[in-house]
Design a protein around this ligand. Structure first.
Ligand code: BDR
Ligand code: CA
Length: 342
């Protein structure tokens, strides 16, 4: 029964996003009231540019940053750079947790470089961080929000939301949905044989979030490894010939190298941008409601997402697991939106 309710909710959301037709035939879609929690990170920056180039569909309230790919000061600077590059300096950036809830911090400098962003020159952006921290911001915003009105996109370890939930469990009242890049089932892991980086970086936080009962959608490696760059796709972005397309080209050319070599694949995934594409065009993706359990026990399965894809346990469905996506549709959307930036 619960599974059908989740499926129905997913369908209703897709229908809503397909928009309400006005009398003139013009489309008037309801905007998604959005907070993006992120640890930039090359693919995070591409995700942020995609989101900030889409103001008709996404009302981005704030970016909240977390330690993950690199240290918090660097992820916070890179988030502010993405905001500046998108010409959206009115969007506040709040820095959050400098380390995971319990485990020793890990970083992904081997993938994203020492500064968390290879391929481009990083510098101190013009506009600084907002006063106050991301956890307090989440609590204040979600406590005072209309019931179930705010969507949270999480593109890194889930530490900020978990800490906010522990401090004030009542914040679930303000949450519409949490859409997460993380986890792996069919694909296997990318940091251990079974664990994906964001979950491995803070599995205890992911457990808090899944146990909170909020509506959850996961975009795991299962889908992001099906949406790969190619020469043609990078060329279509380069052809835009604006600053945004040049930066994304430089970032992606550098970022995908490691995965192409490691996995022997013809292009690389742009993981976090899939979350934003899913919010903009859910019809590009497919998945199903599942029961997911996060393993936070020390040992070889630390950080694994255990997904009951075939409903073997008949356990309550606590997440929508996105399993595949339209790769060309994703790159067409990204290209179209980057064309709107300078
Ligand atoms: C995830 O890990 C990070 O390195 C990326 O930014 C992405 O969020 C992919 O496993
Ligand atoms: Ca990330």
């Amino acid at each position: 029964m619960y599974r059908y309710i989740l499926e129905l909710r997913h369908l209703l959301r897709s229908l809503l996003l397909l928009s309400v037709m006005t009398a003139t035939g013009a489309q008037a879609a309801e905007k998604i009231d959005l907070i993006i929690d992120t640890d930039p990170g090359a693919d995070d920056v591409v995700a942020l540019l995609l989101a900030l180039a889409s103001p008709d569909e996404l009302s981005v309230r704030a970016l909240t940053t977390v330690a993950g790919n690199v240290r918090l000061d660097k992820t916070s600077r890179n988030a502010r750079l993405a905001r500046e590059w998108a010409g959206r300096e009115e969007v506040p950036v709040y820095a959050g947790a400098p380390k995971p809830m319990m485990r020793t911090p890990i970083y992904a400098e081997n993938i994203h470089g020492k500064e968390g962003l290879s391929g481009v020159t990083v510098y101190e952006p013009k506009k600084g961080l907002e006063q106050g921290n991301a956890i307090d911001y989440l609590i204040d915003t979600l406590m005072s929000a209309r019931p179930h009105s705010i969507t949270i996109a999480i593109l890194g370890p889930q530490t900020n939301l978990a800490l906010a939930l522990i401090q004030e469990p009542g914040i679930v009242q303000g949450i519409n949905e949490v859409v997460i890049m993380g986890g792996a089932h069919f694909n296997g892991g990318n940091i251990t044989p079974v664990a994906e980086f964001n979950l491995f970086a803070d599995p205890h936080a992911a457990e808090v979030v899944v146990k909170s009962g909020v509506k959850l959608t996961y975009l795991p490696l299962d889908v992001t490894h099906k949406i790969l760059t190619s020469e043609a796709r990078l060329k279509q972005i380069a052809a835009l010939n604006n600053n945004a397309s040049k930066r994304v080209g430089e970032i992606l050319n550098e970022y995908v190298k490691g995965d192409m070599e490691h996995y022997g694949i013809p292009g690389g995934p742009v993981h976090d941008a899939s979350v934003i594409a899913y919010l903009l065009k859910p019809e590009l993706f497919s998945g199903r409601p599942v029961n997911v359990v996060i393993d936070s026990r020390e040992g070889p399965t630390f950080g694994q997402t255990i997904v009951d894809w075939y409903d073997t346990l008949k356990a309550p469905k606590n997440a929508f697991w996105v399993e595949s996506g339209d790769a060309q549709g994703f790159f067409d959307l990204l290209t179209e939106r980057l064309a709107r930036l300078k």
